[in-house]
Design a protein around this ligand. Structure first.
Ligand code: CA
Length: 225
């Protein structure tokens, strides 16, 4: 699960990001509206925490763009107490929830969990399934249900596999994979996607699964049975 935090007060953004990372979410941060809009409309996030008052472009404008571009991420707005009007505007523009500043971090986390649960992809669901594969997201164990063989999946391969299962039978571009698995801020060159995919394919094969991650020429990759 990947979350974007758009907040120009870096200290606040850091507190939120640190807390969410401790809960095993993947987190990216943006400190201004322009960068926030760019990341938000990439459609790689499950949830976006969006401050209203931002340099370069305000949060409501970003929210409008998110909705116009059919971005599926849930959106929680951060508003100052004095911005009650903005809060209402946020709902009219399609925010899923709002939290009033100053807020207690635990309150924000609770709202995040509610939104992700509503999205139907909450961490409460233990097993992701595709074909003869079952990926336990608590133990990072991948099982082939026909052979009953299991194997442990390391962190990056787990993120890769989770992304493929959530987008099964769809073509996913290299850029989408890099953004989702390594994060927008990562150095693309340093990550060898092919190597990770090859590790993952071997593990899928070892447990006897018929699922394959195919390269689709010039477009990216696709998981299929
Ligand atoms: Ca702000």
């Amino acid at each position: 699960m990947r979350i974007l935090v758009v907040e120009d007060e870096e200290a606040i953004a850091d507190v939120i990001a640190t807390k969410l990372r401790a809960l095993k979410y993947e987190v990216d941060t943006s400190f201004d509206g322009e960068d926030g809009l760019y990341k938000a409309t990439s459609n790689i996030y499950d949830l976006i925490i969006l401050d209203i008052m931002l340099p370069k472009m305000d949060g409501l404008e970003i929210l409008r763009e998110i909705k116009e571009n059919d971005i599926s991420a849930k959106v929680i707005m951060l508003t100052a107490k004095s911005e009650l009007d903005d809060k209402l505007k946020g709902f009219n523009t399609g925010a899923d929830d709002y939290v009033t500043k100053p807020f207690h971090i635990e309150e924000l986390i609770a709202r995040v969990n509610v939104q992700l649960r509503n999205k139907g992809k909450s961490k409460i669901k233990d097993v992701l399934e595709y074909g003869d594969l079952a990926l336990n997201i608590r133990t990072s164990t991948l099982t082939c249900v026909t052979t009953d063989e299991s194997i442990n999946i390391p962190y990056r391969e787990f993120l890769l596999l989770e992304y493929f299962i959530n987008n099964k039978e769809q073509i996913i571009s290299k850029e989408q994979i890099y953004d989702k698995v390594w994060g927008m801020d990562a150095d693309f060159e340093s990550n060898n996607l092919e190597a990770y995919l090859s590790f993952l394919r071997k593990k899928i094969k070892i447990i006897g699964s018929k699922v394959n991650i195919k390269a689709v020429r010039n477009l990216g990759y696709k998981m299929e049975e």
